[in-house]
Design a protein around this ligand. Structure first.
Ligand SMILES: C[S@@+](CC[C@H](N)C(=O)[O-])C[C@H]1O[C@@H](n2cnc3c(N)ncnc32)[C@H](O)[C@@H]1O
Length: 500
């Protein structure tokens, strides 16, 4: 799932409904920031663009941060959804700080828990634990003054109905964490402690211990804000207007988080939020003007917009009507058009074959942890890989049947797990004799040769950065300090051509 998604339960069936194409320009102006795919409203965490907004949080922000942390950890609800349901009377800056505080706390929850275990005799009840996690992260990751972090956590807890009785416990443990916790915090292995065991194990066995550690370190840093320009010819002018860096792969990268809807070019639909890695699969497919193209799991529409901007006649199919609402808003804002279909791809059938299909399949989303620090907390035991991979195989086979001879298919996942990438592509090759490799070149995308693996597929990782361009060598300087480069989502893509 590229820009915004969390893992979804595979196999849920929905009835097909076709909706009219979004009209160019219709309702484009004034769309809300959260309609941009990949936007992570209000969340912009610690050693990265969100630290500034988290430090100096007011009490409203702390109270809301507690609600967000509890919502993720106890109710297993997505942070982005919880943030959208903030109390109406919470000012926007407090809302943003709450999102940043909660994201930072979820990102460093392993370290916070290790520290709490040193000073609490037994596991605190959920509300007290959330307040202590928040205090630990404010104290030791965000550099808040001790009195602000400790008194703030206690006051936020007191404001929570039914939790006042834990104030004494939180006060006592937080004070000790402030006074004695610094050296303990610093001695903890941050990458290891903050990564769930299942993920650490899978990354280590797939990539080796060193690479797994670098990826886990990358997950501790918030992602930069990346934008895809609607018109590549305007990219340099937009970079100047946005004070952004134009990366060799064509993405505009902002140095710091911002209110998306207030940025130059938003109202005019000149760009959309999309991680640099998420923009690569559509560029490998390289849709041409006038081609009939299917975006098979399309919402919220980052790749639909890329392909529509290239002049293709895009059908955007997705099983989620709610997510398609966002896709329609995005099309309207950018003045692009596509035929939008709300349907389960395992039930729907097209009326004619396609020239090209992009299948951005539902997956564990483990490539997006930098932007979704709630994800490991929502999946403490790991994703349901048998269900996900069965779904990915079924979608791949279905897509193949909808291609004309000579047509192209790109299969992509924002997963770091080979089960959802390399192994799906290999299995598809083995069972599909009429699938030939689609030619593509990392250099043509503005990236280094090592983005292409031995099988000819795209693999990019959060510890790699698109900033260095085609001549990058991550092995030359693997331990670069945080902030020197912004990383990218973990992504996999494999391209196939249907032999005529
Ligand atoms: C990775 S996200 C897509 C992101 C999108 N391509 C983009 O770039 O903005 C995966 C999408 O697959 C959709 N999906 C999951 N199962 C599906 C199915 N059986 N048929 C159609 N869409 C499905 C989900 O609703 C979700 O929007």
């Amino acid at each position: 799932m590229s820009d915004s998604s969390a893992p979804r339960t595979p196999g849920r069936r929905r009835r097909a409904t076709a909706r009219p194409a979004a009209k160019a320009g219709a309702g484009a102006r004034g769309a809300k920031a959260r309609s941009a795919p990949g936007s992570d409203p209000g969340s912009a965490p610690e050693s990265g663009p969100d630290s500034a907004s988290a430090v100096g949080a007011g009490q409203g922000a702390r109270r809301e941060a507690l609600r967000l942390i509890l919502g993720v950890v106890e109710q297993r609800r997505m942070l982005s959804e919880l943030i959208e349901r903030a109390p109406a009377d919470l000012p926007p800056e407090e809302r943003a700080r709450a999102g940043a505080l909660a994201a930072a706390t979820l990102r460093r929850m392993g370290q916070a828990d290790a520290l709490i275990r040193r000073f609490a005799r037994r596991r605190p009840p959920p509300q007290a634990l959330a307040a202590l996690r928040l205090a630990a992260v404010e104290l030791h990751a965000l550099g808040a003054p001790a009195h602000a972090a400790v008194d703030g956590a206690v006051a936020a807890l007191r404001a929570m109905r039914g939790a006042e009785r834990f104030a004494g416990l939180v006060n006592a443990v937080a004070r000790r964490m402030a006074a004695e916790g610094g050296p303990i915090w610093a001695s903890l292995d941050a990458a290891r402690t903050n990564t769930p065991g299942w993920l650490w194990g899978r990354l280590s066995s797939a990539y080796g211990a060193g690479a797994a550690r670098r990826m886990a370190e990358a997950h501790l840093r918030a992602a930069p804000l990346d934008l895809t320009p609607r018109d590549g010819a305007r990219a340099e002018a937009l970079a100047r207007a946005l004070d952004a860096r134009l990366l060799p792969c064509g993405t505009l990268r902002l140095a710091r988080r911002a209110q998306i809807s207030a940025l130059p070019g938003f109202a005019e639909g000149e760009w959309w939020v999309q991680d640099a890695a998420a923009a690569l699969p559509a560029r490998i497919l390289a849709p041409q003007a006038g081609e009939r193209v299917l975006d098979m799991c399309a919402a919220p529409g980052g790749k639909t917009m890329q392909m529509a901007a290239a002049g293709a006649k895009v059908t955007a199919l997705d099983a989620s009507a709610a997510r398609l609402e966002r896709l329609a808003q995005n099309l309207a804002r950018t003045g692009l058009s596509a035929r939008v279909v709300a349907a389960d791809a395992l039930e729907w059938t097209p009326d004619a074959p396609f020239d090209a299909i992009l299948l951005d399949a539902p997956c564990s989303a483990t490539g997006t942890i930098r932007r979704h620090p709630d994800l490991p907390r929502l999946l403490p035991e790991g994703p349901d890989l048998p269900a996900l991979t069965a779904m990915q195989d079924a979608l791949l086979d279905r897509a193949w049947g909808w291609l004309r001879p000579g047509g192209r298919l790109v299969f992509a996942t924002c997963s770091l797990l080979p089960e959802e990438g390399e192994r799906r592509a290999a299995a598809f090759r083995a069972r599909t004799p009429d699938a030939a490799p689609l030619e593509w070149s990392p250099r043509a995308l503005g990236g280094p040769d090592f983005w292409r693996d031995a099988a000819g597929d795209l693999r990019v990782r959060p510890d790699w950065s698109p900033e260095a361009g085609p001549d990058a060598d991550p092995r030359a300087d693997p331990d670069r300090a945080p902030g020197e480069h912004g990383g990218m989502d973990g992504f996999f893509a494999a391209g196939f051509v249907k032999r005529a």
